[in-house]
Design a binder for this molecule. Structure first.
Ligand code: AMP
Length: 531
């Protein structure tokens, strides 16, 4: 763990993505097989593989209680330290320094402890295990051991980068490693297979979410070189979801790869009779009399873990399928869109998105109007003959929204509001992405409900890195969708641009900062507005 911690510290200090990956690759290359399998997980901030059903169930309260026992300080003091430092692993490292024997912790010992913590039923037992570890092991090792528990190393290293480092350390391409991890959700197994030359044998496992294919925006209809090359469907404004189905079992995953099965019992009933193993891609929609209800209606169903019969009757939902990812147990990524569609149609689904072949540029306008008339957001165009590009926004799917549509931006600062909103962080400054930096483009005050503002205030406080009076500077974590009426040049913002009349359309908890829109996109919109 000491070496892993040293590697992680070097990664945190390294300036760019490539340097970070190179550090990890160099470290991985020094490890034996078993430690390699452990290290790739721990560097991804996971005690267990993603597809492993085991969950640690160790919360902040448990960690704090163990700190109380080891340091003799009270909870208030520990909470103050945490507020100052902003990360539980760092807090533990700083506080246990003078209380630990400082013995080295091997990666195997870390695995043993994670397993014991997971198996322990009672909180007291978990506290006891943690306190024992805090008294025994080297504080640097503990720092990263605990970051594994809280699930985020906060060193600017995403799992995708660990995949690339593993590829570099085993002489494979990033694509091959990425594909195997996407299929299996088990980076430890992928690491062993990468070393053993058997990575091609790793198959897709059901009930573990696969990465979704994404759409690029189409700014102007004339940008379509040959309209006849495209299939067209309505763009539905619901929750993108993946349904995994086998032998009467169904599980639903969202675009953020979170499970959402329990929220939609009627969808589970609808899909359970299908013959699996099967994975469908589609949209969960609030639905009445053959058409989708507004997203804000569906939203009432999202926050709930348990759904009452009353809510189910008030906001009925369906799963509208539009793609096929696994069929008769076989992954469909390499099958052309037309054949996937044929197979999808043969399943006899109750709700399947209509699809037609486009003929002309004018037809895009007509169909866009018709889709809007049906209450849908716009159109999605799918290139004839294209494959399912899992995890990519490669341009084989295009989305057509309103001319000035919306941008997904990340919040970089938040400010106390006034009057009724004086106790919450309601005014936000937001940014677009440029490489691995985030550049501000505007500020917005309204558009969220009081409840959303309250929830976001909690997140903003946890993400605060510095405070200047009423303003908190934040780690870029929270993504919002903002609508606006135009893009202007602006010397006041770091990006060089400002959005005109920005307003928050909604909070996008399903997206991370890496998925927000880019400076290039903003520049394109600006250029387009000059034409
Ligand atoms: P955006 O969320 O703005 O990046 O737009 C892309 C999203 O449109 C996808 O992630 C899907 O959730 C959604 N979508 C809606 N209708 C369709 C459709 N017919 N085919 C594919 N994606 C769709």
């Amino acid at each position: 763990m000491r070496d892993l911690a040293a590697c992680a510290e070097a990664v945190a200090a390294a300036p760019g993505r490539n340097e970070k990956i190179a550090r990890v690759a160099a470290y991985l290359a020094t490890l034996g097989d078993e430690d390699l399998a452990r290290a790739v997980l721990y560097l991804s901030g996971r005690p267990f593989p993603a597809s492993d059903p085991r969950k640690l169930s160790v919360g902040h309260a448990t960690l704090r209680e163990a700190l109380v026992q080891v340091t003799g300080w009270d909870l208030e003091m520990i909470a103050t330290c945490y507020r100052e430092v902003g990360d539980t692993g760092e807090t533990v490292a700083l506080l246990v320094r003078r209380h630990t024997e400082g013995r080295p912790m091997t990666l195997a010992q870390a695995e043993g402890l994670y397993t014991e913590l997971q198996r322990a039923r009672r909180t007291e037992r978990k506290v006891e295990l943690l306190a024992g570890a805090f008294r025994t092991f080297d504080w640097m090792a503990l720092k990263y051991f605990v970051k594994g528990i809280t699930g985020n190393l906060r060193i600017g290293l995403q799992e995708k980068m660990v995949e690339e480092a593993l590829a570099a350390a085993t002489g494979l391409t990033g694509e091959v490693v990425r594909g195997a991890n996407n299929r299996s959700g088990d980076l430890a197994r992928v690491a062993l297979a990468a070393r053993g030359g058997t990575i091609g044998e790793i198959e897709a496992v059901l009930f573990h979410p696969l990465d979704f294919m994404l759409a690029k925006p189409l700014d102007a209809v004339e940008d379509l070189a040959d309209p006849g090359e495209w299939w067209v469907e309505d763009k539905y404004d619901g929750i993108r979801a993946q349904a995994h189905i086998d032998a009467g079992r169904v599980r639903l995953f969202t675009r953020g790869l979170e499970e959402t099965t329990a929220a939609f019992p009627e969808v589970i009933l609808e899909l359970a009779p299908l013959a699996g193993p099967l994975v469908l891609d589609g949209e969960i929609l609030a639905w009445r009399e053959g058409r989708a209800l507004a997203f804000s209606v569906l939203q009432q169903r999202i926050a709930r873990k348990q759904v009452s019969a009353k809510t189910m009757a008030e906001v009925p939902v369906i799963f509208l399928a539009y793609d096929l990812l696994l069929w008769e147990g076989e992954l469909q990524f390499g099958v052309a869109v037309e054949e996937r569609r044929r197979r999808l149609e043969r399943l006899g689904l109750r709700h399947l998105a209509p699809q037609v072949r486009l003929a002309s540029h004018e037809e895009v306008e007509e169909r866009f109007g018709a889709a809007r008339g049906r209450g849908n957001e716009g159109l999605i165009l799918k290139r004839a003959g294209s494959l399912y590009e899992s995890g990519k926004r490669g341009g084989n799917w295009l989305k057509v929204k309103r001319p000035y549509g919306t941008l997904d931006v990340v919040v970089t600062a938040a400010e106390q509001g006034h009057g009724r909103r004086a106790s919450v962080l309601s005014d936000v400054t937001f940014a677009v992405r440029s490489g691995d930096r985030f550049l501000n483009v505007g500020k917005a005050y309204s558009g969220l409900t009081d409840e959303e503002i309250r929830q976001l205030t909690v997140l903003f406080k946890a993400a605060t890195v510095e405070r200047y009076g009423r303003v908190s500077l934040l780690r870029p974590e929270v993504v919002l969708e903002v609508a606006f009426d135009g893009v202007q040049k602006s010397p006041r913002h770091k990006s060089g641009y400002a959005l005109r009349f920005p307003r928050i359309v909604r909070w996008r908890p399903d997206k991370g900062p890496a998925e927000c829109d880019t400076l290039e996109r903003l520049q394109e919109l600006y250029e387009a507005s000059l034409r």
